[in-house]
Design a protein around this ligand. Structure first.
Ligand code: PLP
Length: 338
């Protein structure tokens, strides 16, 4: 169990605990027991994994007297949308650095961008090259706000910091309780599979699995970059987490695996077979994934199971981390499939 006295302050924003649902037909089809942890049910506007991290990040922003949060992401970032909406609920303003090829011609106001706009976020469009140097832009924008007498609070990409990882430490505690209830005692060996986009979810799950002491293995399917990149990011988050909340145990990085090979055409670019997998799951289970994160991770999980049905053991929990609003701006890609 995780000692409650080490939990940082938390602002309750997410609708939790989320349901753990068995995918009966998918389990029969694959020969493996597959459950979905429905973190797409964490809220309507706040749907997805990011709100779990924001519970801790925004509590910190409020404690530090901030009035504006600044964060960054791709044009259709779920993290930025969740931050914009959660900020409103917390009484804060938001400024989003959104990545696009041509900032002079930003993408249409659809999907997450529409929600960012509705929430009244200030949007600063930046190029992919500027995004790589985003620390400087964070600082520049924070200074501009300070010059206006405001108090900014920077949330790094995806909310993937050691503090943000607490959201998924808490989620793992919730999942371990779900599984204990299901198994009527000790948790049977289980593999948790999630999409890895900026690393915080995977790091939090791995830390949470170790702290819970349950026989839960954590596997991330990276949807961008590569395995080496994410091992460096996730180990870094875990090290900072350990140094901050578990001093004395800082050398212990919890185990986790990254399954590489499913980035496909690149971040937020879909292959027809990924879209077919999304469609087929809707028709099999009535569950809708997004093309950027959960669809790719699910495609990777199914492809690995096709190679070796026992690769993840006898029971899998796939974390549905949300992202549905990212489906609608790419509707035309489904032409011919639906
Ligand atoms: C819907 C969705 N799923 C999964 C992820 C990946 O989570 P993380 O960034 O913590 O790796 C993200 C964000 O990047 C996301 O928006």
């Amino acid at each position: 169990m995780i000692p409650t006295d080490i939990f940082p302050p938390r602002l309750r924003l997410a609708h939790t605990p989320t349901p753990l649902q068995k995918m009966e037909r998918l389990s029969r089809q694959t020969g493996v027991e597959i459950f979905f942890k429905r973190d797409d049910f964490t809220g309507s506007e706040l749907s997805g994994n990011k709100v779990r991290k924001l519970e801790f990040l925004l509590a910190d922003a409020l404690a530090k007297g901030a009035d504006t949060v600044i964060t960054c992401g791709g044009a259709q970032s779920n993290h930025c949308r969740a931050t914009a909406l959660a900020a409103v609920r917390a009484g804060l303003s938001s400024l989003l650095l959104l990545r696009t090829d041509d900032p002079a011609n930003p993408p249409p106001v659809s999907g997450n961008i529409l929600l960012d706009r509705l929430a009244g976020s200030e949007i600063v469009w930046i190029t992919p090259e500027q995004y790589r140097a985003r620390e400087e832009i964070f600082e520049r924008e924070a200074q501009r706000l300070r010059n206006e007498g405001r108090e900014p609070f920077i949330i790094p990409e995806g909310g993937s910091t050691a503090l943000g990882a607490w959201g998924y430490v808490a989620e793992m505690q919730e999942l371990a309780a779900d599984l204990k209830h299901l198994d009527g005692g000790d948790v049977k060996p289980t593999t948790v599979v999630c999409a890895t986009g900026s690393g915080g979810t995977t790091a939090g799950l791995a830390l949470g699995a170790r702290l819970s002491g349950a026989a839960i293995r954590v596997v991330g399917v990276n949807v961008c970059d590569d395995r080496d990149y994410f091992v460096a990011v996730i180990d870094g988050i875990c090290r900072t987490f350990n140094d901050t909340w578990l001093p004395g145990k800082s050398a212990v990085i919890p185990p986790y695996d990254i399954v590489d090979g499913y980035v496909g055409r690149g971040y937020a670019l879909s292959r027809p077979e990924e879209l077919v997998a999304i469609r087929d799951l809707v028709r099999l289970e009535g569950v809708v994934l997004d093309p950027v994160y959960t669809g790719k991770a699910y495609f990777g999980m199914i492809a690995e199971l096709a190679k070796d049905p026992r690769i993840f053991g006898d029971r899998i929990v796939f974390i549905h981390t949300g992202g549905l609003f990212g489906l609608f701006p790419v509707a035309e890609q489904f032409a011919g499939l639906v």
